[in-house]
Write a protein that binds this ligand. Sequence first.
Ligand code: AMP
Ligand code: MN
Ligand code: MN
Ligand code: MN
Length: 291
Amino acid sequence: MTAGTELRVDLHLHTTASDGVLTPAALIAAVADGGVGLCAVTDHDTIEGLPEAGAAADALGVRLVAGVELSTLWSGRTLHVLGLGIDPGSPDLSTLLALLGEARHARARAIAARLDRAGAPGGAILEHLRDLRIVTRTHFARELVARGHARDAGAAFSRWLARGQPGYAAAGWPELAPTIDAIRAAGGVAVLAHPLRYKLSAGQRRTLVKEFARLGGTGMEVVTGGQSPTQTETAVGLCLRAGLEGSQGSDCHDPSLPWQRPGRLAKLAPAIVPVWHRWQADLVAAPASTA
Ligand code: AMP
Ligand code: MN
Ligand code: MN
Ligand code: MN
């Protein structure tokens, strides 16, 4: 970073360790290409992409924050919580990730059985996915498309995999409180991912962010990929009201899609404390010779 240059930040990115299309090394190359200086790889319920991402980040001069996107339940609904700045060696985190992997495998079997009953090749898809450590609905969606049961991933969700559709199966994710506890035990900060994407009333959403802060959450995503300016304004209000720090991330699964390009995000409102202040100090202040 040279003085006066804006630091580009993207703290929500996926790789092939979960449902992204790029390997960790290829993702970091795309991140560097997009001028991002500080990023977090946040795969669903796994940290297995981090060593490869870390090596690529070192080679390309990008600062990588160790991250994960955890699936969790709050009032019976699925929420996603980012753990940022975590110690990948943490035993508490390992225990939680083992539970999550199990929950994903159990749900994948239930999804397959339901798809079979509804006339789609669930069992064959499950067999095809059997070596994956982390099985997501995105993997099912891609296979449904490949086998001609939906025209694209979005259609696979709305026809088969979304809540209320024939291939939907509830998952036994851990509750929100122990999830936040495990992130903090691993030395990380908990950030509520894409708070406007959950089907909640405005009142329920305010309750959620308040509860999230009370349980030890540090921040929420204020700027996420594909969000309208009006939505960003709503998120800013929620964040300030709850006294949370703010994060930003593209939630990129495929950098070749224009609306998912790493680092192409609106600016965080100046009233909000950026959650990345704890990782950026030397990046911003460093003289050019040590950058
Ligand atoms: P899972 O965590 O296995 O339930 O899968 C959730 C993932 O599916 C999300 O992280 C998205 O990447 C993807 N997803 C959810 N809804 C849709 C949708 N309507 N169209 C495309 N992808 C979706
Ligand atoms: Mn995903
Ligand atoms: Mn998510
Ligand atoms: Mn995500």
